[in-house]
Ligand binder design. Structure first.
Ligand code: NAD
Length: 347
């Protein structure tokens, strides 16, 4: 397959591309704007591979995206490109509308132009979305593919909007689309403004470990390679026009996550002052509109496509911490490139 991947220098996209190049013969073109979240280091190990190429572009760019799709002639497009951080969407919502909504619509329009021109009935447009479109769960219940959309943040509202446009392009223009809505990912190469890498890197720098509210918000944690396998399975065998929910079957509170990271760090990299990492935990004012709980019913993707997550949280978090411990240069490069106070790397 010839696949265009958008947002492939980010966390999930880069893991997806690495898996594709290392495990398949597929030919990948990565289109990424290289925002603060796009990191060239994520794919430096494959930059000379003959099946991989990179184009720096904004998905909102009409002409460049049209030309590129026509020249590359993809069998599929997988859209990861997005502004992805809820806190930033509260500070600057317009960037989220531009990339997540208008950028997705531009990709859909350019893909439709291309699809109408070629004779490839196998063409697919897979849109990667989030479980945050469904809003918040109480103590019980699970999100299924039929759950109504009820987004709380500008981020989730922009992703919900993009999902609606993807469905509209399928129903109105006949573009062969599939949507996946996944839960919170964790694993190697995640920009450390997100909970898990932030906590690991702050532990390494002996900085406070800030937890929103009381830390009782619950997410269903999905190891990134499991997610990448699910996306590829869906791309190959998913049904056009359908949605698939992807979750890790690992519901854990933020407080439990941070405590688990602290205990593993105590074991693998004990603090020089002999104190426990958990002593660095501090509770900070809660995020406005913070959804209480997300949890995914994975029965559709399990029953229809035979996909199940391989990692449970305890195996996945060890692999993740181990990766950050072994990749101190990746962390160093980030800390010189990005706003350090935001990462909590400097006081
Ligand atoms: P990320 O923020 O790590 O990466 C996003 C990538 O998109 C970056 O490389 C960035 O440079 C690129 N990008 C941003 N705006 C662009 C634009 N206008 N044009 C081209 N490229 C642009 O995000 P991620 O965590 O890898 O998430 C990937 C996708 O998965 C997103 O669509 C996100 O909504 C979705 N998702 C992520 C999670 C998660 O836990 N990380 C959970 C559910 C869904």
């Amino acid at each position: 397959m010839r696949i265009i991947v958008t947002g492939g220098l980010g966390f999930i996209g880069s893991n997806f591309i690495l898996n594709q190049i290392n495990k398949t013969k597929n030919i990948i073109l990565n289109i990424d704007k290289i925002t603060y979240a796009g990191n060239i280091d994520n794919l430096s190990s494959i930059s000379n591979e003959k099946n991989y190429s990179f184009l720096k572009s904004d998905i909102c760019s009409k002409d460049l995206i049209n030309t590129t799709i026509n020249e590359f002639e993809p069998d599929s497009i997988v859209n990861f490109a997005a502004e992805s951080h809820v806190d930033r969407s509260i500070e600057n919502p317009m960037e989220f509308v531009e990339t997540n909504v208008l950028g997705t619509v531009n990709l859909l329009q350019c893909s439709t132009n291309y699809f109408n021109k070629i004779n490839n009935s196998n063409f697919k447009f897979l849109h990667v979305s989030t479980d945050e479109v469904f809003g918040s769960l109480g103590k019980s219940g699970l999100f299924s593919e039929d759950t109504s959309y009820d987004p709380s943040s500008p981020y989730s509202a922009s992703k919900a909007s993009s999902d609606h446009f993807v469905r509209a392009w399928n129903r109105t223009f006949g573009l062969p689309t599939i949507i996946t809505n996944c839960s919170n990912n964790y694993g190697p190469r995640q920009f450390p403004e997100k909970l898990i890498p932030l906590m690991i890197i702050n532990c390494l720098n002996e900085k406070p470990l800030p937890i929103y509210g009381k830390g009782d918000n619950i997410r269903d944690w999905l190891y990134v390679n499991d997610h990448c396998d699910a996306i590829y399975e869906t791309l190959c065998n998913g049904k056009i026009g359908e949605t698939y929910n992807i979750g890790g079957n690992n519901e854990i509170s933020n407080f439990e996550i941070v405590n688990t990271i602290c205990s593993i760090m105590d074991e693998l990299r004990p603090r020089q002052n002999a104190q426990k990492y958990s002593e660095l935990i501090t509770f900070v004012e809660d995020r406005p509109g913070h959804d209480f709980r997300y949890a995914i019913d994975t029965s559709k993707i399990k029953n229809k496509l035979g996909w199940m997550p391989k990692e449970d949280f305890h195996s996945g978090i060890r692999k993740t911490i181990d990766w950050y411990l072994k990749n101190s240069q990746w962390i160093k490069n980030l800390s010189s490139k990005y706003n350090q106070s935001r990462l909590g790397l400097k006081s």
